[in-house]
Design a protein around this ligand. Structure first.
Ligand code: ATP
Length: 134
């Protein structure tokens, strides 16, 4: 069987190099929707939305929660700068459930002083963490 093409994925967060290595495909959420990127993709820069990142490697798939930031897609690599990213083993499910509840209550309360965008993003981050563990 022909060997699968790979490209290099580099994901950097403020505190660490979250991931650096080859992959056959990367799927993640952008402000324009979910995308799946294969090696050889045309150059593209996208804004990330909190969601589940899936990396397909020769050994299988890896999932992680990937939050706001941006990604530069080039034919031979993807560089991602994100505010935060977590592997499944790093996710505290009770904290994420509590954050989701808080954000949902804030959004449902319809109070004039609520920063809706902030509450929406907090909800997306919590849902991304919960989804990563599914
Ligand atoms: P919370 O309201 O619970 O603080 P948050 O979405 O506001 O959640 P962030 O600002 O996204 O938190 O993250 C702050 C730091 O805490 C980051 O390093 C992030 O990886 C970590 N973090 C936040 N929530 C969790 C979680 N449920 N499990 C593991 N790490 C988390």
């Amino acid at each position: 069987m022909a060997e699968e093409k790979t490209f290099l994925i580099r994901i950097i967060t403020p505190d660490r190099i979250f991931y650096e290595g080859p992959a056959q495909m990367a799927e993640f959420c952008t402000t324009e929707g979910e995308i799946g990127v294969y090696p050889g993709h045309i150059p593209l820069t996208v804004i990330l939305k909190p969601g589940v990142l899936t990396l397909t490697e020769s050994g299988g798939k890896r999932r992680a929660a990937l939050h706001t930031g941006f990604a530069e897609i080039l034919p031979d690599r993807i560089s991602i700068l994100a505010e935060a990213a977590e592997w499944p083993g790093e996710i505290d499910i009770s904290r994420a459930e509590a954050a989701r509840k808080r954000a949902e209550e804030r959004l449902a309360a319809h109070q004039a002083d609520t920063d809706l965008a902030r509450a929406e993003t907090a909800l997306q981050r919590a849902v991304a963490r919960i989804e990563t563990l599914r």
